[in-house]
Write a protein that binds this ligand. Sequence first.
Ligand code: MEV
Length: 305
Amino acid sequence: MTGKGIGFGKVILFNEHFVVYGIPAIASAIGMKTVASIEQAEKLTMVDNRKETPGYKKEKLEQQKDSLKRIIDAAGVDTKNIKILLEGDLVASSGIGASAASCVAIARALSDCFNLGFSDEKINGIAYEGEKGYHGTPSGIDNTVATYGGLVWFKKDKTNIIERLKLQKPVEIVIGNTGIVADTSRVVAGVRERKNKNPEKYNKIFNEAEKLAYDARKALGAFDLKTVGTLMNENHRLLQEIGVSCKELDFLVNLARDNGAYGAKLTGGGAGGNMIALTPRKELQEGVASAMEKEGFKVIRTTIG
Ligand code: MEV
């Protein structure tokens, strides 16, 4: 018995962190994925052959083991005799949905291997349980995009609101990697602590983030990319205010803007990890990407939508 499954990488275009508290967020799958393959083995084994930001896999090893246990439990398979191999072109790195993509890929591979016929909804639910191994209290946005792909409006609620958004055509982006492996659960906990200490300040910022999500949805729908970029810049400012950026992220964000990006912001948990720049058309994408590479950073050239 063997099985195979995939999960998409993602970027969050608007409102990471705010999404944990029920503020709407917008995220997009990127053209890179994780592939999980399963075969029979003597004991439960995980072989992780994904490319990585140096240190990522070691740092996340315990979380990965915890996550795998949760996935197997949630899938309801009673096996200790499988080998899971992780591969694919999505780099294992903070902020681009690497953990969620692997959870979805493994859930799909289990469904395939054991002939379980899981729906996308079921796969998403299993991956959400797996994400708890990495994030503690995930909002569910990462596993949702890793499952369904595309451009997604997500609002955490008793039953999450998940809507597919449409872009007239795919738009080039650059993903810049600070090279810093970040612990998302710690960053999320830090926001909660500061929010509890300064409720007034944080409520004001959270209201701004909520309004921004609706403005961004409108601008994406109208394919008004200049406005989308401006709103991304605004969103980065709000993320700075809640203390989840860092000097390396700010450096890359400023570099992207100086080289003509329509907008730039951190993406995902922050405190390291990755940032994104909106760079419609190949020439602009190339200009921004090579400016980052010249400074010694690893980049991904891809599209959203
Ligand atoms: C991480 O990719 C996104 C966060 O908003 C956490 C979450 O939504 O679970 C920081």
